[in-house]
Design a protein around this ligand. Structure first.
Ligand code: PEP
Length: 268
C-alpha cells in the first residue's frame, strides 16, 4: 500500500513572512495528518522559515530545484547539503518550468532569455542522484506538451524522460524517488487532464519503472500535477495509479491545500 502524498509547489510566490504564515496555517489545519506525506516546496529563501514552522508536525519542507554538486564556484546555485542543513526533506527536480517549459515561452521573452531555464534529461538525472546521495527525496517531474499530445507521442516522451531520469540509479535509489506526471498543458492553465487518462499515463510510468526495478515498482509513488483543485481532487485521487498530487495554484491558500490533503487521506 503506497502512502499518499500531497506536495505544494509554491513556485516564485511568498516572501519569508508570507511563507511562514502560510506554513503555520497549513500546520494548524493538517499538521497532525498521519495518513498523507505533506510537503511544502517553497522558494529557497523561505525554506529555513518553513522548515522551522513545520518542525514537529507531519508537514515537511521541500525545495524546487537543486545543484548536482555539493559546493564550488557556482554562483547562484544551492546544493543538497545546504538544503538538508536547513531542514529540507524533498526537492522537485525537472519541473517543466525549469526544463525551459519545453520551449513554451512567454511571447514577450527574447530568445536570449530562454537559456536561463536550463534543465534537460541529463541535468534532471544528475540532480536526482545528487539529492538521493545527500539524503533528499527527489520528486521527479515528467510530462508532454500539448503539441506532443496532439501528435500522439505522449507515452514516448514520458517514457524517455523517466528512463533518462533513472539512468545509472540503483534499484534502491529508484525506489526512493517520487515521480510526478505533469502534462505541461495542464499546469497553471485550469485545464485538468481527464482522471482516467492521468491514471493511464501514471500506470504506463509504473510499467517503465518496473523495467528497472524488479519487484518494487508497486511501492513507488507517482503523483499527478496539473490544475489539481478541491473540486477535481476526488476524481483523481480515486484512480488506482495516482498516489497524490504536485500542486501549484491550489497550494497557495491553506484552506484549499488542506482540502486536497484531506481528500488524499480518504484514499489511504
Ligand atoms: C505545478 O506547479 O507543478 C502545478 C501542477 O501547478 P498547478 O497546480 O497550478 O497547475
Amino acid at each position: 500500500m503506497r502512502k499518499p502524498m500531497m506536495a505544494g509547489n509554491w513556485k516564485m510566490y511568498k516572501n519569508r513572512d508570507e511563507a511562514r504564515a502560510l506554513a503555520q496555517e497549513i500546520v494548524a489545519l493538517v499538521g497532525a495528518e498521519e495518513a498523507v506525506d505533506i510537503v511544502l516546496c517553497a522558494p529557497f529563501v523561505d525554506l529555513c522559515a518553513v522548515a522551522k514552522m513545520t518542525d514537529g508536525s507531519k508537514v515537511s519542507a521541500g525545495a524546487q530545484d537543486v545543484m548536482w554538486i555539493d559546493e564550488g564556484a557556482y554562483t547562484g546555485e544551492v546544493s543538497t547539503p545546504m538544503l538538508v542543513a536547513v531542514g529540507c526533506k524533498y526537492v522537485i527536480v525537472g519541473h517543466s518550468e525549469r526544463r525551459g517549459r519545453f520551449g513554451v515561452w512567454p511571447k514577450d521573452w527574447p530568445e536570449e532569455l530562454h537559456a536561463v531555464f536550463m534543465d534537460n534529461d541529463v541535468s534532471v538525472n544528475w540532480k536526482a542522484r545528487a539529492a538521493l546521495a545527500g539524503g533528499l527525496t527527489p520528486i521527479i517531474c515528467c510530462g508532454e506538451t500539448i503539441d506532443e499530445r496532439h501528435a500522439g507521442t505522449t507515452d514516448t516522451i514520458v517514457r524517455g524522460q523517466i528512463l533518462a531520469a533513472m539512468a545509472e540509479m540503483t534499484e534502491e535509489q529508484i525506489g526512493a524517488c517520487v515521480f510526478a506526471y505533469e502534462p505541461v498543458w495542464a499546469i497553471g492553465t485550469g485545464e485538468v487532464c481527464e482522471a482516467d487518462e492521468a491514471n493511464r499515463v501514471c500506470g504506463m510510468i509504473r510499467g517503465v519503472l518496473a523495467e528497472r526495478v524488479c519487484c518494487g515498482a508497486q511501492n513507488i509513488r507517482i503523483l499527478y500535477g496539473g490544475s489539481m483543485k478541491p473540486d477535481n481532487v476526488d476524481g483523481l485521487m480515486v484512480q488506482p495509479e495516482i498516489d497524490g498530487g504536485l500542486v501549484g495554484g491550489a497550494a497557495l491558500k491553506a484552506d484549499s491545500f488542506a482540502c486536497l490533503v484531506t481528500a488524499a487521506a480518504k484514499t489511504a
